[in-house]
Design a protein around this ligand. Structure first.
Ligand code: UDP
Ligand code: MG
Length: 309
């Protein structure tokens, strides 16, 4: 039984989700059994500090289709997914969140679409049940990321996705660290379908994406897909120099006709303005330097502590 290769691998990153895990197990199991396809259910404990790992151990003990990978500490959702991707055996790989915001009942729809010949099928959350600011930010990012990665997805950030195994095999070749999955997917293929899926409220625990984490993720995202901000800095620099030159001409002209613009005000405004622009530009450059710094360190993207026997 153990050597049997399952048809489907479900991969779920888990960070402090003790309460919801039994429900997640029940719903995934019910859905997959109904589909009548063989599967393995890989849960990656991303360094949870609650009882998640004990709950996962119990699930593994009662059902060997459950596989539990424990990371050495918290590495983040994407790293946990990649850890799971490295051990999948199925020819179809499905990802979803542990908190049941992505209903497992949607899995058959994704698989059906994938069977039409796509390499990736991505969920598109209808009636998204998240805080207003999250939805707004996502909406803006989707336009931006969709264009940049040329995937044109409406909902890049939806965790509920299905992949062909060959695609996952290519995805795990990536070695860079600031990974943003939709960007890597878009880089690898255009053969992506998007289908509407339900989205539910988080009923227990709370989102791991607090404002500081979101800002961090935002920088990761931008700097991992494009160098446009760096190029923009030069453009803004030239533009501002031109404005500065024109202003000097105007001030000169005012003087020439005998007027007296307040010098202190002019200088202060210019000083604030240009210092602000320079600092913002410097901030962006620092972000890229930070990326280089992370890459040259060559630290592992994640470390597996154990896979439960
Ligand atoms: N998660 C993780 N590591 C982290 C943060 C989150 O494995 O450091 C998991 C979490 O358990 C959940 C999924 O990633 O399964 C999505 O997290 P969350 O629900 O907090 O994000 P949101 O739905 O608010 O975007
Ligand atoms: Mg969630």
């Amino acid at each position: 039984m153990k050597c049997d290769t399952p048809e489907i691998s479900i991969v779920v990153p888990v960070y402090n989700e003790e309460e919801i895990l039994p429900k997640l197990y029940d719903r995934v199991t019910a859905t997959l059994e109904q589909m009548g396809r063989t599967y393995e259910f890989i849960l990656v404990d991303d360094g949870s500090v609650d009882r998640s790992f004990e709950v996962l151990r119990t699930l593994r003990n009662k059902d060997k289709r459950v596989r539990v990978l424990q990371l050495a500490r918290n590495f983040g959702q994407t790293a946990a997914l990649y850890a799971g991707f490295h051990i999948v055996r199925g020819s179809i790989v499905i990802t979803l969140d542990a908190d049941l915001q992505n209903p497992p009942e949607e899995i058959p729809k994704l698989v059906e679409k994938l069977d039409e010949g796509y390499e990736v099928v991505s969920g598109w959350r209808m009636h998204r049940q998240d805080a207003f600011h999250r939805k707004m930010v996502s909406r803006i990012l989707n336009v931006f990321i969709g264009r940049l990665t040329r995937t044109n997805l409406h909902d890049c950030g939806c965790s509920l996705k299905a992949y062909r195994r060959e695609f996952i095999d290519r995805l795990i070749l990536f070695e860079h660290r600031s990974r943003y999955l939709p960007a890597d997917i878009g880089w690898l293929t255009r053969n992506i379908a998007e289908i509407p899926v339900n989205h539910e409220e988080r009923r227990t625990g709370r989102t791991n994406y607090t404002l500081p984490v979101l800002i961090r993720t935002g920088f990761d995202l931008v700097t991992s897909i494009t160098a446009t901000p760096l190029q923009l800095i030069a453009f803004v620099g030239w533009l501002f120099s031109l404005i500065g030159f024109l202003m000097a001409v105007v001030i000169g002209a005012v003087f020439f006709v005998g007027g007296a613009p307040s010098e202190a005000v002019i200088i202060a405004a210019l000083l604030f303005f240009f210092t602000g622009v320079q600092l913002a530009a410097l901030g962006f450059i620092c972000e890229y330097i930070n990326r280089i710094y992370l890459e040259v360190q060559r630290k592992p993207y994640y470390i597996v502590k154990q896979e439960l026997p």
